[in-house]
Write a protein that binds this ligand. Structure first.
Ligand code: GLA
Length: 393
């Protein structure tokens, strides 16, 4: 282990929690964070495993103090970060903060390049359990590995376990070095936005775009317990729900429908991705809460083998992906088209271990179970994904 190598017992399974960015962006306040912590408890999400409450960009004051230390914004975070961490900890949750491996954050606030030791000590003193470390600001000519290693070393030197979430957007292949600089997860793409797809030149990537990127990157081998490929935080719940929005095939610019939310969440679980909820939980529908707490999908995400799901077959209108699990595999049948479709799959063409000739299938949406000798085909609604947990008998 090099200096800064990860504590592999941290993030032994993909980190789960809530992050302020997708819900509140730069308008976040300490009241929002306290409300999110309370909501995680009240909705049952904490008990389902969502444990980190992470404040993203914009928590800092405009200037550091004379010693280069970060200060909380006196208007939006008047009680300061130690008090906020206490509030979160008192509810049985863990506390996360954000900074950047540059001189400024993406929104122009002071960040940590060149002040890593000082800031890591502050984070530890405040009771921080998770650091999201972004890639914005002046890099002072330094490459990504050296900038991220500097914070990895600083976190390793403090007397507190802090999950290190590398947010480098996949620009310098962080899956090849993230673990060696102490990272527990590393973003593999640009920001996910609450859309199915985005157009070239438009900010961010839609959910279908991210899955296309992940398939093309072919980086499943980089993932194992303690270090996770991160396709970005969840946008589940950040759009019309329960199928209220009738999607138009040509309309790729409106928020996610319920079917798209389900495909989004199912795939993040199949990938074994970090699950950082990004919706306002004080105002979430039952459908969204039920989705985020689906025990069968969460078990796929949190499977102890820690493998990433991979595509078995990709066609224009449908795809089959699977992920080997400790006791079988998860298989996802995704209808990318605009009409209901029969998606055909057989255990032989997936990650299902095929020693026997009988399998139990669990439908992760309905909870129904049945037996098969190998056929896994299903009829799938537009933009929906059938997810089966398949166990050899
Ligand atoms: C970048 C990151 C996002 C978010 C914003 C905050 O875009 O990729 O996840 O943290 O910065 O400004």
């Amino acid at each position: 282990m090099t200096d800064g190598a990860p504590n592999s017992y941290l993030a032994a399974t993909p980190p789960m929690g809530w992050n302020s960015w997708n819900a509140h962006s730069c308008a976040v306040t300490e009241g929002d964070i306290r409300a999110a912590a309370d909501a995680l408890v009240e909705t049952g999400l904490r008990d389902a495993g969502y444990e980190y409450v992470v404040v993203d960009d914009c928590w800092m004051a405009d200037e550091t103090d004379d010693g280069g230390r970060l200060r909380a914004d006196p208007t939006d975070f008047p009680d300061g970060m130690a008090a906020l961490a206490d509030y979160v900890h008192d509810r049985g949750l863990k506390f996360g903060l954000y900074s950047s491996a540059g001189r400024h954050t993406c929104q122009g606030y002071p960040a940590s390049l060149g002040r890593e030791r000082t800031h890591a000590e502050q984070f530890a003193d405040w009771g921080v359990d998770y650091l999201k470390y972004d890639n914005c600001g002046d890099h002072r000519g330094r490459d990504a590995v050296s900038r991220y290693a500097a914070m990895g070393d600083a976190l390793a030197a403090v007397d507190r376990d802090i999950v290190y979430s590398i947010c480098e957007w996949g620009q310098s292949a962080p899956w090849t070095w993230g673990r060696n600089v102490g990272g527990h997860c590393w973003r593999v793409t640009d920001d996910a936005v609450a859309k199915w797809q985005t157009s070239p030149g438009e900010f961010g990537l839609g959910i279908a775009d991210i899955l296309d990127r992940v398939a093309a990157l072919d980086i499943a081998a980089a993932q194992a317990p303690g270090g996770w490929n991160d396709p970005d935080m969840l946008q589940v719940g950040n759009g019309p729900e329960s199928g209220q929005a009738q999607h138009e095939p040509t309309d790729i610019h409106r928020p996610l429908t319920h079917a798209e939310n389900r495909t989004h969440f199912a795939f993040w679980c199949l990938l074994g991705a970090p699950l950082l909820v990004g919706t306002d939980l004080t105002d979430s529908s039952r459908a969204v809460l039920d989705l985020l707490t689906n025990e069968w999908l969460l078990a796929i995400d949190q499977d102890p083998l820690g493998l990433q799901g991979t595509p078995d077959r990709r066609e224009e209108t449908h795809e089959v992906w699977s992920k080997r699990l400790r006791d079988g595999a998860a298989v996802a049948l995704w209808n990318r088209g605009d009409d209901p479709a029969r998606v055909r799959a057989h255990v032989d063409d997936t990650s299902v271990p095929t020693a026997g000739d009988r399998y139990t299938v669990l439908d992760c949406w309905s909870g129904e179970r049945w037996e098969t000798r190998g056929d896994l085909s299903a009829t799938v609604d537009p933009r929906e994904t059938a997810v089966f947990r398949v166990t050899p008998q």
